[in-house]
Design a protein around this ligand. Structure first.
Ligand code: AMP
Length: 280
């Protein structure tokens, strides 16, 4: 495995692979790798000749007072996991490398980036789109792999890639969960034992909504009430938003007819978690 830290080295390596006609699969992450990340790497490994993983805790996607400073890091463990997955190139740039002094370019995505997560975390998706656009330009992947866990992020990135005419296929893969349904997340490491138990109610609430839809309930207000009731049974959960939206436009639905995504964001103690289920 090649471990590179500079943009110049990353670019040279990617270029040499492309010149040899090899396809490049790319998995951008913020590290502290878990099975969710590994599932993306395995899919990339299956469908591309070369797999590039990046680890970069991107400062511009964190708001003031958010967890940038305490975001969990484990570079040694992450390297070992990437090595074990047969990753070809691990790109670990510094913040100064990605955001040099005097840097003044960002990539705002209008509209869909301002609702839901974007409303709760102003500037978040501008930071995400900016760093992903830069990483795509540096790595030049044929395919890039993202988790459905961050549903709105996948929509923002698809819009960005299409809008900027980027020649990359965005692949979205299912959420990997713990046994009790909690979506795997690097942030789960913040949870105390009691909070960890309570956190499973996010997926229970989403499953409740999904079950009701499958049994014929279509009114979003009724579904949201039922989902909210599941979360409210658990002490210490503060709902940030609970929404049912169209998966392409992210517009709130009043009646579920066919496709929908149920989204939840909640705070448990100091930890903010998000999850969703897609109904096709
Ligand atoms: P992060 O390191 O949290 O920025 O995530 C990097 C990538 O892994 C993103 O595309 C996430 O959506 C994806 N990811 C995070 N958690 C999961 C999960 N539980 N299942 C599948 N993909 C995930």
């Amino acid at each position: 495995m090649n471990v590179v830290t500079t943009i110049a080295d990353m670019r040279t390596l990617a270029e040499s692979h492309r010149k040899k006609g090899r396809t490049i699969g790319f998995v951008p992450t913020m590290g502290f790798l878990h099975e969710g990340h590994l599932s993306l790497m395995r899919e990339a490994r299956k469908s591309c000749d070369i797999v590039v993983v990046s680890i970069f805790v991107n400062p511009t996607q964190f708001g003031p007072g958010e967890d940038f400073d305490r975001y969990p890091r484990d570079e040694k463990g992450d390297r070992e996991k990437c090595e074990a997955e047969g990753i070809d190139v691990l790109f670990i740039p510094s913040a100064a490398e990605m955001y040099p002094p005097g840097d003044s370019v960002s990539v705002p995505v209008e509209g869909i980036a301002d609702i839901l997560e974007g409303a709760s975390r102003p500037g978040h998706f501008r930071g995400v789109a900016t760093v992903v656009a830069r990483l795509f330009t540096i790595v030049g992947p044929h395919k890039a792999f993202f988790g459905q866990k961050d549903f709105q992020q996948t929509v923002v990135i698809e819009r960005m890639a299409t809008g900027l005419n980027m020649d990359v296929k965005i692949v979205v893969l299912p959420t990997v969960r713990e046994q009790d349904g909690l979506a795997m997340s690097s942030r789960n490491s913040y949870l105390r034992a009691d909070e960890r138990r309570a956190a499973a109610s996010l997926y229970r609430a989403l499953s409740e909504g999904e079950g009701l839809i499958r049994s014929g309930v279509g009114a979003a207000s009724k579904l949201k009430r039922a989902m909210r009731a599941v979360l409210e049974k658990e002490a210490g959960i503060e709902i940030d938003y609970l929404e049912i939206v169209d998966p392409e436009s992210l517009v709130s639905l009043r009646e579920i007819e066919h496709r929908a995504v149920l989204l939840v964001a909640a705070r448990i103690g100091r930890t903010r978690l998000i999850d969703n289920v897609l109904i096709l």
